[in-house]
Ligand binder design. Structure first.
Ligand SMILES: Cc1cc2nc3c(=O)[nH]c(=O)nc-3n(C[C@H](O)[C@H](O)[C@H](O)COP(=O)(O)O)c2cc1C
Length: 325
């Protein structure tokens, strides 16, 4: 029987499949079911900085005393934070798998002290889900990237548990960003987050939401970056997220160099039974290829290990299909 165990940011996991942060990981009961389904670790639903600010803002708008503003802001925040700390504590009491807490940050300042409370509550690791939509044409990419570095260095300076950063895929130079995050003490990157996307209903001429779930073809974009980052920033652990819809996708990400994968849409669409299919499929594939551990094949298809690494660099269809009219 092959051993599917992996080491992700120092956490010893029984297999490479992690339940990604979502509504499926927002309560103790749901997390218990996910553990029973067979995942090796769970990332809790993020505590959203924007949500807290929004809730505080709507309370402030509904009252007549402007001096109450600070009180409401700090009450809303500490209330949300307290609930989250309770979720971590209760989850840790209820499951044996590692529990990774997640905060969604749009600024560095407020989350530093909170990170310590997360660690004290027993979280095994912390995932920072950072994203700013650059809507200001007078700000440079560096202005935004500096917020990531500031956050990374301050949070890793205050907690001992491993810190991962969940990245969006809109960087000009992903490799430089990941390399710098590593230098600031970040142990893992989750590539990539999937964001809410707007769409337009042309019948009603109204704004709607695009499909929130990924599809299997979304894997390819991530695969390229897993292969590149795992070689060029080889000490950074990668958790591949987006488009993992089959055991074959798990194998591909491991071959490209990921330590773990995170699944979300698949579980929403097809149920928790899919976890067993992912793990069973990887196990059978390993047996058929005579691999007894994941490390025997992990990264075998990363950027530098293949005969023609430039395949991962090609991006223009012209180069592939110059013979096709
Ligand atoms: C309904 C839903 C809720 C999500 N909530 C969060 C969240 O709170 N924090 C987070 O970092 N990612 C969140 N995500 C993103 C997922 O963790 C994951 O990165 C993304 O869906 C891509 O993975 P997938 O292709 O397996 O779905 C959410 C995704 C969905 C579909």
């Amino acid at each position: 029987m092959p051993d599917l165990g992996v080491n992700y940011m120092g956490l010893k996991l029984k297999n490479p499949v992690i339940a990604g942060s979502s509504g499926l990981t927002s309560t103790v009961d749901k997390i218990r079911s996910i553990e029973q389904a067979g995942v090796a670790a769970v990332v809790l639903k993020s505590l959203f900085e924007e949500q807290i600010n929004y809730e505080a803002g709507s309370l402030i708008r509904n009252q007549d005393y402007p001096e109450a503003e600070d009180y409401i802001k700090s009450y809303t925040k500490s209330h949300s934070v307290d609930n989250y700390i309770t979720l971590i504590e209760e989850t840790k009491k209820s499951v044996a798998i590692p529990v990774i807490a997640s905060i969604n940050c749009v600024s560095a300042n407020d989350w530093i002290g909170f990170s310590r409370r997360i660690e004290e509550a027993g979280a095994d690791a912390l995932e920072l889900n950072v994203f700013f939509l650059p809507t200001d044409k007078y700000k440079s990419a560096t202005d935004f990237e500096n917020i990531y570095y500031d956050l990374a260095s301050r949070v890793t300076g205050i907690v001992k548990i491993p810190v991962a950063i969940k990245l969006g895929n809109h960087f000009t130079n992903v490799l430089e960003v990941v390399d710098r995050l590593y230098s600031y003490g970040v142990k893992g990157v989750v590539m990539f987050n999937r964001f809410y996307e707007p769409d337009i209903d042309i019948e009603k001429i109204k704004l709607t939401s695009a499909d929130i779930f990924s599809s299997a073809s979304d894997l390819r974009h991530v695969l390229r970056w897993t292969a590149l980052v795992s070689d060029k920033v080889n000490l950074m652990d990668i958790s591949a997220s987006t488009g993992v819809h089959s055991w074959e996708a798990v194998v591909k990400q491991l071959l490209a160099g990921a330590k773990t994968v995170q699944v979300c849409s698949l579980l929403y669409k097809n149920g928790l039974g899919e976890v067993a299919n992912l793990i069973g499929g990887v196990e059978q594939w390993m047996s058929s290829k005579r691999f007894s551990t994941v490390d025997e094949f992990r990264g075998k298809m990363s950027y530098r290990k293949i005969p023609d690494p430039s395949v991962y660099e090609r991006s223009q269809f012209m180069k592939y299909f110059s013979s096709i009219d």
